[in-house]
Design a binder for this molecule. Structure first.
Ligand code: IPD
Ligand code: CA
Ligand code: CA
Length: 253
């Protein structure tokens, strides 16, 4: 069963979290450890046996250029920078898609012992409890989450958008958090801790599971123009109520 496999993978993550790790660099600031690779390999081996007709799109090994419609998206550690710096916002994220639509998603943080999961038309859950988005009615009563793309060091379009959107938004919110894991940010929208989340330049494995969690918890996911979200777009997720106010404050991209 998917949950049992993810929990087993969580044991590898947990071991790595509390032990010394080898850090390699995908770029000057984009880190990868032997645990990212180990967890990914474990999940690919196990999942390819139970889901033989799905393509696996996993962060550390995916080489394709187009995104398959029937796929399992794996982020072996979302929050690798946190993992390296011993900050507990780390998780394994798995999203299962058929016809480019999510049918199942799991986000598991073994350090905090929180397993978020969702099934299409069944609901979203934290461990055994059903979860729902919160009912914050405006931005000023909303805690919002965001993240910063690795492309920020180039000080290009992504960086400008992050800074301009932050300037537009920050004074109008209760506050903004940057936890360091997009999958956890989306899970926290789903369970009502955050009222909204947005980020530019995320990859499919960062959001594949979290999108379903937010939707099944009664929230809304679009791009920054309010249109249907497609992988690669700026993502905006919310409780639905504040969605328009959040989008209206975003800089143009
Ligand atoms: C990152 C995290 C982070 C987000 C980055 C992602 P990684 O994933 O989700 O919160 O801001 O854009 O790339 O590298 O830890 O798997
Ligand atoms: Ca990630
Ligand atoms: Ca990762």
């Amino acid at each position: 069963m998917l949950k049992d496999i993810v929990k087993e993978a969580g044991e590898i993550l947990k071991y790595g979290y509390f032990h010394k790790k080898k850090v390699n660099f995908k770029s000057e600031i984009d880190l990868v450890t032997e645990y990212d690779v180990k967890i990914e390999k474990f999940l690919k081996d196990r999942l390819s046996k139970i889901y033989p007709d799905y393509e696996i799109v996993a962060e550390e090994s995916f080489k394709g250029s187009s995104i398959p419609k029937k796929a399992i998206f794996i982020d072996p550690i979302d929050g690798t920078t946190n993992f390296v710096h011993s900050i507990a916002y780390v998780c394994i994220s798995i999203g299962i898609y058929i016809d480019s639509k999510p049918v199942e998603g799991i986000v598991y943080n073994p350090i905090l012992n929180e397993l978020f999961w969702a099934k299409k038309d069944v609901g979203a859950f934290l461990n055994d409890e059903r979860i729902f988005v919160n009912n914050s009615k405006d931005l000023i009563s909303s805690l919002i989450a965001t993240g910063f793309p690795y492309t920020k060091i180039k000080r290009g379009k992504d960086y400008r958008w992050v800074i301009d959107t932050m300037a537009n938004l920050l004074p109008f919110t209760r506050d903004i958090r940057r936890l360091g894991s997009a999958a956890i940010d989306l899970s926290y929208v789903a369970c009502g801790r955050f009222a909204g989340f947005y980020e530019v330049n995320l990859k499919p494995w960062d959001v594949a599971a979290g999108i379903l969690l937010v939707e099944e918890a009664g929230g809304k996911v679009t791009n920054h123009l309010g249109n249907e979200y497609k992988f690669g777009d700026i993502i905006v997720a919310s409780n639905g109520i504040i969605h328009k106010e959040l989008i209206d404050k975003m800089a143009s991209y």
